[in-house]
Design a protein around this ligand. Structure first.
Ligand code: HXC
Length: 511
């Protein structure tokens, strides 16, 4: 018996070596961890249970039948826990055929996807792979199709997270693109549909991998990636932090973690956050970190559309999604990128029962041909649509400007905002005083005294929260220092909220 047991250990040890020591060394030399090292760091110590360690490819073309058969076939799959909660994991092993996807490799991933969906737990993919296994042709393409289909079926049911940790191409970027979040590692990870060589051949463009699909491109320009980290270790530890914010599925509430922060904590520094001059910016992140538990805020897409801030925090130990205009960037205006960014985040929160807290300071939509030609109408409508369809608790605080259509869009009462507060500094109007007076009192434009009088009249009447409060569009005008307490109490009051949209196959959000 002993030699049988030893035989198993021998086979396991061989499988754990993946593509061999030389390729593992090459991986380390590039500053990357191996698939198994990554899984170890991501999961709780000793919690990983591996599946399909001995699966091998069955390809015969291009000498594959005579070549190496490496157990595991380029992907490590299984499940484990993060702070005690079950997650499913697959990690591409770049040391085996560059992590490329064969028919059997795909079957390993789909097995894990099916288990994650059936058992309602998040799935995390660690990507470091060259796309379809070229030697397998359509069998590999079919494998990707199976993975993609499952990505779509799981969307909105369980959280799906992708971490890009090496050069990724083809199907290894399309599958992540259908998951909820994509994270990258700076300087070692790239994402492109076709690499620099193909680009050169087809378009004659000379471009480096970094310029084509590095973390800086995808976290700023394309917005494909939600965040980037300096190395594998940091990325994996941050994934553990993110998972702690998320529910296991769309039928579960987000986890409740112990909070040491007083839910009735006043912060008097908020009383002076808004500058005297309404055209002066302030940092809305200061407000966010002063309101959420222990100042802990996990920002999503921090480097893209910085005029909008979105991310996760906790109030009384429970996860909330924060959406906030950022006056420090473009005065917090709503443009195409900000609308798309916030719309996707609001929809994620709504899928997964995460209440949304919105901080509003928005001068309107950004005017101009670039925005109109780019489809601002359709992209702005995405955010409007997302807020309007969301049935999770929605608490809104208008701190300063809420002008025009942007007032409606940003979780207003009219879009089923549950509790809508305003600070005394709020200005809720169709537009700012200057623009308004120039339009409605055009005849007086040559009389500066009259214009000054009209402007004062407009400011006194409209640039306050009270016209909206008189109509019940604002439930209460609150003191800035008490914002945390008021929001915590509102969320507690809304904990049993029940609201359902009419039955439909799915909606038709303007894509
Ligand atoms: C088989 C592959 C492979 C692939 C890499 N390898 N990609 N084997 N199929 N797709 C192997 C290499 O032969 C090599 O094997 C090892 O992996 C490491 O690859 P290198 O090229 O040496 O590494 P590097 O220089 O770091 O380049 C990594 C790379 C590059 C950028 C990923 O390998 C590459 O461009 N690969 C092809 C990418 C691609 O076009 N894939 C098909 C996409 S189409 P050895 O034995 O030397 O270690 C697709 C269809 C899905 O995915 C469609 C979805 C809509």
């Amino acid at each position: 018996m002993k030699h049988i047991l030893e035989g198993l250990e021998k086979r396991r040890s061989a499988a754990r070596l993946g593509g061999g020591q030389a390729r593992i060394d090459a991986q380390h030399k590039r500053g990357k961890l191996t698939a198994r090292e990554r899984v170890e760091l991501l999961l709780d110590h000793n919690s990983f249970e591996e599946f399909d360690m001995f699966v091998q490819h069955r390809a015969t073309d291009f000498g594959m039948d005579k070549g190496e058969k490496i157990p595991g076939d380029g992907v490590v799959t299984g499940w484990g826990t993060i702070n005690g909660r079950v997650v499913y994991v697959f990690a591409k092993d770049f040391t085996v055929f560059g992590g490329s996807l064969s028919e059997t490799h795909a079957a390993k991933i789909t097995k894990i996807q099916d288990m994650a969906l059936k058992n309602r737990a998040p799935i995390i993919g660690l990507f470091d792979a060259g796309g379809a296994r070229i030697q397998e042709g359509v069998a590999a393409l079919g494998g990707y199709g199976e993975v993609f289909q499952r990505n779509v079926m799981a969307s909105g049911v369980i959280p799906q997270i992708s971490v890009i940790m090496g050069p990724c191409a083809g199907g290894d970027v399309y599958s992540p693109a259908m998951t909820d979040f994509i994270f990258m590692v700076r300087d070692t990870s790239y994402m492109f549909v076709t690499g620099p060589d193909v680009v050169k051949t087809v378009t004659n463009e000379t471009v480096t991998a970094e310029e084509l699909g590095g973390a800086s491109v995808h976290t700023t320009k394309s917005s494909i990636a939600d965040r980037a980290y300096d190395n594998d270790v940091e990325a994996l530890l941050q994934m553990r932090r993110l998972v702690d914010f998320l529910p296991t599925s769309n039928t579960e509430e987000p986890p409740l973690w112990p909070s040491f922060d007083d839910d009735e904590r006043y912060d008097h520094s908020l009383d002076t956050l808004i500058p005297e001059n309404p055209n002066k910016p302030y940092d809305v992140k200061e407000l966010i970190t002063k309101v959420v538990d222990e100042g802990d805020f996990f920002e999503i897409q921090e480097a893209h559309a910085r005029n909008m801030v979105v991310g996760f925090g906790r109030m009384e130990g429970r996860t909330v999604g924060i959406v906030a205009n950022q006056p420090m960037v473009l005065a917090g205006v709503l443009d195409i990128d900000a609308s798309r960014k916030a719309a996707r985040f609001v929809r994620f929160c709504d899928c997964f029962n995460i209440p949304i807290v919105t901080f509003v300071d928005v001068p309107g939509f950004l005017p101009g041909t670039a925005q109109e030609y780019g489809g601002l109408i359709k992209h702005g409508a995405k955010l409007l649509f997302a807020y309007a369809e969301a049935t999770v608790p929605k608490v809104t605080v208008i701190t300063r400007k809420a002008f025009g259509g942007a007032y409606d869009v940003m979780a207003s009462k009219h879009l089923r905002g549950d509790v809508n507060y305003a600070w005394p500094s709020a200005q809720i109007a169709v537009m700012g005083a200057k623009g308004a007076v120039e339009i409605i009192f055009r005849a007086d434009m040559n009389d500066p005294a009259k214009i000054a009088e009209r402007t004062k009249e407009y400011e006194d009447r409209f640039l306050s929260p009270f016209v909206a409060a008189e109509r019940g569009y604002i439930d209460e005008v609150i003191q800035p220092f008490g914002t945390r307490k008021r929001v915590c109490r509102a969320l507690a009051m809304l904990r049993n909220k029940e609201l359902e949209n009419p039955w439909k196959k799915h909606d038709n959000i303007p894509l």
